[in-house]
Design a protein around this ligand. Sequence first.
Ligand code: SAM
Length: 189
Amino acid sequence: NYRCRSAFKLLEIDDRYKVLKPGFTVIDCGAAPGAWSQVAVQRVNSAGQDPALPKGRVIGIDLLHISPLEGAEFLAMHDITMASTLTALEKLLSGAQAHAFLSDMAPNATGFRELDHERLVSMCLSMLDMADRLLKPGGSLICKCWDGALANKLQQKLSTLFKDVRKVKPKASRKESSELFFLARMFKT
Ligand code: SAM
């Protein structure tokens, strides 16, 4: 049972593109209430469910509290845009790098579409700064965006850092018409 239906979007993307593999370290940005982290825990084997496979690691970050989840570590009450969050994440990783960054972040809606879009893109760019420091060469990133003037800018920025960048629209997100996901693969290779 997933904590939120958003899980099905990540399941769909990962079934198709196989971003998450056993043994991987994954950073889940905007993780509350924790459904994407549940999917990530299953896929990277971070709770050690299959002792025959390598054990991964899932670290979730959110402004909000997140109920404990076996196989995941949470930086709750952390803002992705703050330098102190990067420091806390670096400390948890203690020199290691991540295989994948995920973001299903969304700002609190103001009701002004353009403004919400700008805020979401700027949060994605903050995550990208983090990924730039902490993602392994060859790593992947999935991030939610809303259609709008800055979506292309974000895509261009991703294209400077990743070899393969595409837009994906899982069936599970069809009703949220302006929502799309960027899948970026092969970081700096
Ligand atoms: N992927 C989650 C799941 O499956 O359970 C749902 C994520 S929800 C759609 C978006 C989340 O982004 C919210 O929990 C919100 O608190 C978080 N968020 C918004 N702004 C943030 C920021 N600046 N830093 C970290 N998290 C943020």
